[in-house]
Design a protein around this ligand. Structure first.
Ligand code: BES
Ligand code: ZN
Length: 648
């Protein structure tokens, strides 16, 4: 039963999931105008800009257009959570105490972000204080304005969450691997922490936190904080996060979880049915941690554990500090998809230690992390695997560049008036990484590694803007390597759409052979059954399938399927690529599997392209609608929102 969790999604489908230093924004280098706007504080401009949707006025660097909070007047520095998880009513109920710094002592209003929260009481030293809820915005939620007594330096908000909180998913026992107990997990990035805690929900406000979480007695709670693997299961759990983190990294999960160590500092939490297979699949985590430290400086977060979530988790992974949240869809049995772990681990440096100050700057998190991921994968699994993964990543980027609007191909993207959830693409990831790869190639790998190590040190526990990074480059690499680098080129990478001409172009010899194999098969020179695939890894399969021509005949599809049993592949990524081909060519024999795939997996990256493709024909849309309706009660709110439009 070891591989139970992953296989279960296939065996039991189509039953829905049933189987299985605070002022850290470095605005110093921004021009005066921009700085003035940040300083002016309350982000009221941000709110206005949001409501007015797009204006042509220039974007103020460092202004968080996705928060109502006023950290430049009153800044939250620490949170104390006291919450009870009520699985019957699907609510977190309790309070948060916020420690505050009076940045402008004359200002007596604290503005917090909330979303669908029921605020019962706001108190200072036990006494009620006045508060007011503003107008709700569909993307940003509702500002909560609290009038502070002049001496107050902490305030307590009693509240409960909505059963539909956008950042919390409540799962029934049927939606877990073990089937006996319910499960809860939060996903705060980008702007969903406010749906389960009233706080200043901006990545430029860093807080430490502690928490007391009460759960049904049989269940274990874990957080993005200190987790004691040996803690007694008694329904009450205590946590502390002593390093200041942005709100989007606050995370909680509750379920029938067990722990298994993988190394001295690394381990995995999972439901019992998944624990062994997860620990085996991810056993290289400790080695990844060590090589990353060697290259980029000490790991700052004490332990590094993984939490395996049920299949409805809407992302591949989420870098919650000390405890990355991981989809079970990457437990492939052969470590073929573990670059995801390298990625979430790498965020411990780029993202969690050095953080994007606004969502426009997301590429500083994801581009650096994607670059580091490639480097970690190369160090652990060698040059050939790295090259294959780099080509696959580059092709994802090319596909996005072909499909996206030009404005969405810019690293420092203009997100004013938009919900960050709606703008998810490979641009901040692969284009960001390619930009760093170019610098590496121009100045030399060792020099670039030294630069990165210093960068992580200089901005540790700070939230920075793209402008700050550019100013830093000006002061460092541009001065050190005036013949290799120039400011115009850097500007092009960051502010222009597309892939700049002359950018690095990843190549893999192994894939050249796959191109030849594919061509020989397409031209009828070879039969699928005669292709020697014994040595193929998942990467070869993905490259072989992803680069098929747009249209294949029924006979060709049947030939591939009978030679390689693609419709019943156990690898979720290969299944995804094959099912895309099946939908594009209306290959009906794969549609039963397609249906079970859609209702058993909630990872948006895997299901959204399928829904999008299905929605292009009336029959496809009707099929998508049936699958979506069945899957919807088990999908995460983000997956529902991202795909709803394809089935309407
Ligand atoms: N931090 C991201 C997930 C995220 C980004 C959530 C933006 C909300 C808004 C995470 O580290 C991530 O990038 N996950 C990827 C991993 C992949 C690129 C290896 C995913 O989930 O697919
Ligand atoms: Zn990431």
């Amino acid at each position: 039963m070891k591989k139970y969790g992953l296989l279960a999604t296939f065996i039991c489908a189509p039953v829905l999931f049933a189987c299985s230093d605070n002022k850290s924004v470095d605005t110093a280098k921004a021009d005066e105008d921009k700085a003035a706007k940040v300083e002016s504080g309350s982000n009221a401009e941000a709110a206005n800009a949001h409501l007015e949707k797009h204006t042509n006025a220039s974007i103020a660097s460092g202004v968080d257009y996705h928060s109502f909070a006023n950290p430049n007047e009153v800044r939250v520095t620490h949170l104390s959570l006291d919450l009870t998880a009520n699985f019957e009513s699907k609510q977190l109920i309790g309070s948060v105490t916020l420690d505050i710094e009076r940045v402008k002592p004359e200002n007596d209003t604290l503005i917090l972000d909330t979303r669908a929260l029921d605020i019962q009481r706001v108190t200072v030293d036990g006494e009620n204080v006045p508060f007011e809820m503003g107008e709700a915005d569909p993307d940003l939620g509702t500002p909560l304005s609290i009038t502070l007594p002049s001496a107050a330096n902490s305030v307590t908000v009693a509240y409960s969450t909505s059963p539909e909180a956008s950042g919390v998913q409540w799962l029934t026992p049927a939606q877990t691997a073990g089937k006996q107990h319910p499960f809860l997990f939060t996903q705060a990035q980008a702007v969903h922490a406010r749906s389960f805690i009233p706080l200043q929900d901006s990545p430029q406000v860093r807080v430490t936190y502690d928490a007391t979480i009460k759960t049904p007695e049989a269940l274990l709670a874990v957080m993005s904080a200190s987790n004691d693997p040996a803690t007694e299961r008694d329904g009450e759990y205590e946590f502390t996060m002593p390093q200041p983190i942005p709100s989007y990294l606050i995370a909680l999960a509750i379920g029938d979880l067990e722990f298994k160590a993988m190394g001295e500092r690394t381990g995995v939490y999972a439901e019992p049915a998944l624990l062994e297979s997860a620990a085996k699949e991810f056993e290289d985590t400790e080695a990844m941690l060590e090589v990353t430290e060697e290259n980029y400086g000490p790991y700052q977060w004490d332990r590094y554990d993984l939490l395996i979530l049920p299949p409805s988790f809407p992302f591949g992974g989420m870098e919650n500090p000390r405890l990355s949240f991981i989809t079970p869809t990457v437990i492939a049995g052969d470590k073929s998809l573990v670059s995801l772990i390298a990625h979430e681990l790498a965020h411990s440096w780029s993202g969690n230690t050095v953080t994007n100050a606004t969502w426009r700057d997301l590429w500083l998190n994801e581009g650096f992390t994607t670059y580091l991921t490639y480097r970690i994968m190369e160090m652990i699994y060698g040059h050939d695997r790295f090259k294959k993964e780099a080509v696959l990543g580059y092709q994802d980027l090319e596909n996005d560049v072909a499909a996206l609007d030009e404005n969405d191909e810019i690293l420092a993207i203009d997100l004013r008036g938009r919900n960050p959830d709606d703008v998810f693409s490979n641009i901040p990831y692969e284009k960001g990484a390619l930009f760093l790869r170019e610098i590496e190639q121009k100045i030399g790998r060792e020099n670039f590694d030294a630069f990165l190590m210093q960068y992580f040190k200089d901005f540790a526990f700070k939230s920075i803007t793209t402008d700050t990074f550019i100013a830093y480059l000006d002061d460092t690499l541009l001065k050190q390597y005036p013949n290799e680098l120039d400011a115009d080129r850097i500007h092009t990478w960051i502010f222009e759409p597309g892939i700049p001409e002359g950018a690095p172009h990843p190549e893999s010899d192994a894939f050249t052979k796959i191109d030849e194999t594919r061509s020989a098969w397409l031209s009828g020179e070879t039969n699928a059954a005669d292709i020697k695939t014994a040595q193929w890894t998942v990467h070869e399969w993905l490259y072989f399938l992803n680069n098929m021509p747009e249209s294949l005949s029924e006979a060709q599809l049947a030939e591939l399927d009978s030679a390689f049993s693609l419709t019943s592949t156990k690898n979720n990524e290969i299944a995804h690529s094959w099912l895309m081909i099946a939908v594009e060519n209306n290959y009906q024999p794969a549609f039963e599997r397609l249906y079970s795939y859609l209702v058993s997996i909630g990872r948006n990256k895997l299901v959204k392209p399928l829904y999008r493709e299905l929605s292009k024909t009336p029959d496809g849309k009707a099929f998508a609608k049936r699958a979506f309706e069945e899957a919807k009660p088990g999908y995460h709110p983000l997956t529902v929102k991202a795909n709803q439009g394809y089935v309407e």
